[in-house]
Design a binder for this molecule. Structure first.
Ligand code: AMP
Length: 507
């Protein structure tokens, strides 16, 4: 089925209910959105001459028109290429060129950069601004009927955030995204048309993916300007109760410490879905203190859109379970629709408790990388998605991630998982953030180095050492501590350990 079917259906059944909102105001009802989507599809097909299967890049900040364009593209049978708008112009050029986008839709903020690409990107024929008269002109075109799409037809080219090398476009089909949405209902949360989803993170990534099950059920998609702080969140939960949102761990941590949320009435807040990067136990406990059991964790990748394992709200609430703490440090239990395996370098399953690469198989796994046969064959070899993540399954089936395989530190022949050292250091009250990496060492192979963002009263190396020695084996403790103002992150907030290693190499 075509995912745009949802909008068309709600346009009839929920005609006067809100579909899109900006802050507290309704931007469009389902009736209006369905009309704009069918009209926009007509504009893209008839005025711009696009054919089913052609790619349309969306380079926009989060705004309601984003979803108008995305669903219009799907309605027209086109493939959406949501590009992270925070990328550098050259990186955007690469994604447009590689995906062969014929049209790019952008907003005022990015119009100059994207407009300049018309000359540079061979396939690009038009750049459309939304909101504004250009998109207005397209979306008021004569509507076209919904294009029939099968489960194997591509819907979304998800260019991976690229902490290494050139980004690759995970080809997500209508079937993959449908499965990811159904899996959300199965394992994370049911959704009703009276609910809402707040887009507090980029729509080109997690927030866009979690928006899908909400659109499927006719909930309101809520947009807001600027960063979401505690006061803003409270206002929005009052106006749009039943509110859920996706947030990277770093944002959950920030909100958990927001004074405005202390002892506040959070009855309008339904679920915070966090994931995309490690959530450290100390931060999770603080978040549960602020939000109560409204947190659900997901572990996934662009290649298997946010669907490998999950920790449900019930898991978070089960504090009387004897292994609750371990479970909270895990990424949860395999999702209903996937097989998950942990394997050795020859792809043989390792025994329970042993560490290996995480593999995934199921209807949610991408069909392949766009125009990259070799990388596809390598990543999907044997019919399993090779995630590049390293972890272990416990006897109950919960998966604990160690690190990306390339982040593993081998010192004196011993494997050291940076995450364990980071978890230990974060228990120190004067450690705001930390990243642990390996430095080449002639004697040990690698030595452990910690980059620490301190609080107001910076801790000494001895103090940090003591914190580690109280919690982890001596050989794992860092040999060096570097106090820094901030950690380098990519545009989705993931720490770039590669840059830290390069920094050490350049010393
Ligand atoms: P991306 O494809 O950009 O979403 O990045 C996916 C990667 O983020 C995964 O392969 C993991 O390394 C990491 N990741 C995603 N979810 C989690 C999680 N819940 N905990 C730890 N790391 C995660």
């Amino acid at each position: 089925m075509n995912l745009a079917t949802w909008v068309e259906r709600h346009g009839r059944r929920l005609r006067d209910d809100p579909a899109l909102a900006t802050g507290e105001d309704v931007h469009a009802t389902w009736g209006e959105l369905a009309a704009r989507v069918a009209g926009g599809a007509g504009g893209l097909r008839d005025r711009l001459g696009l054919e089913p299967g052609d790619r349309v890049a969306i380079v926009m900040g989060n705004r309601p028109e984003y979803l108008e364009v995305q669903y219009a593209a799907w309605h027209a049978g086109l493939v959406a290429v949501p590009v992270n708008a925070r990328l550098h112009r050259d990186e955007i050029a690469y994604v447009l060129e590689h995906s062969g986008a014929r049209v790019a839709v952008t907003d005022d903020e990015h119009a100059e950069d994207v407009g300049a690409l018309l000359e540079r990107v061979g396939t690009l024929e038009a750049v459309v601004r939304a909101p504004g008269p250009e998109w207005e002109g397209l979306r008021t075109a004569a509507p076209v009927p919904l294009t029939d799409r099968g489960t194997d037809d591509p819907a979304w080219l998800f260019y991976t955030s690229g902490t290494t090398g050139r980004p690759k476009g995970a080809t997500l089909t209508h079937g993959n995204l449908l499965m990811a949405s159904l899996s959300y209902f199965a394992d994370i949360d049911p959704v009703a048309s009276t609910d809402s989803v707040l887009h507090a993170a980029p729509l080109s990534h997690g927030s866009g993916l979690y928006g899908l099950p909400h659109v499927a059920k006719g909930a309101v998609s809520v947009f807001t300007e600027g960063t979401v702080d505690g006061a803003r969140l409270l206002t929005l939960t009052r106006r749009w109760p039943g509110l859920s949102f996706f947030a990277a761990p770093i944002m959950v941590r920030r909100l958990a410490g927001d004074e405005a949320l202390r002892d506040a009435d959070l009855s309008g807040l339904k679920t915070i879905i966090y994931g995309g990067a490690p959530m450290y136990l100390a931060d999770l406990e603080a978040a549960l203190g602020t939000f109560g059991p409204r947190l659900a964790q997901i572990y996934g990748q662009g290649e298997t859109p946010m669907t490998i394992t999950g920790l449900s709200k019930a898991d978070h609430a089960g504090t009387d379970h004897p292994r609750w703490r371990e479970r909270m440090q895990s990424v949860g239990f395999p999702r209903t629709d996937v097989d998950v395996r942990v394997v050795d370098p020859d792809d043989r399953a390792v025994p329970t408790g042993e560490v290996g690469e995480v593999l995934v198989r199921g209807g949610v796994v991408m069909s392949g990388y766009w125009q990259a046969e070799e990388a596809t064959a390598e990543t999907l070899r044997g019919g399993w998605l090779h995630t590049g993540d390293v972890g272990s399954l416990d006897e109950d089936g919960f998966l604990t991630l160690k690190d990306r395989s390339k982040d593993l530190i081998i010192s004196g022949g011993m494997n050291i998982y940076p995450r364990e050292v980071e978890e230990a250091l974060l228990t120190h009250p004067q450690v705001e953030a930390v990243a642990v990496v390996g430095r080449p060492d002639p004697e040990w192979g690698e030595s452990v180095v910690a980059f620490v963002v301190p609080g107001d009263d910076p801790p000494s190396s001895e103090d940090l050492d003591r914190t580690c020695l109280d919690r982890i084996a001596r050989f794992k403790r860092p040999k060096e501590y570097h106090l820094v103002d901030a950690l380098p992150t990519n545009s989705y907030g993931k720490v770039l350990k590669r840059e830290l290693r390069e920094q050490l190499a350049g010393e």
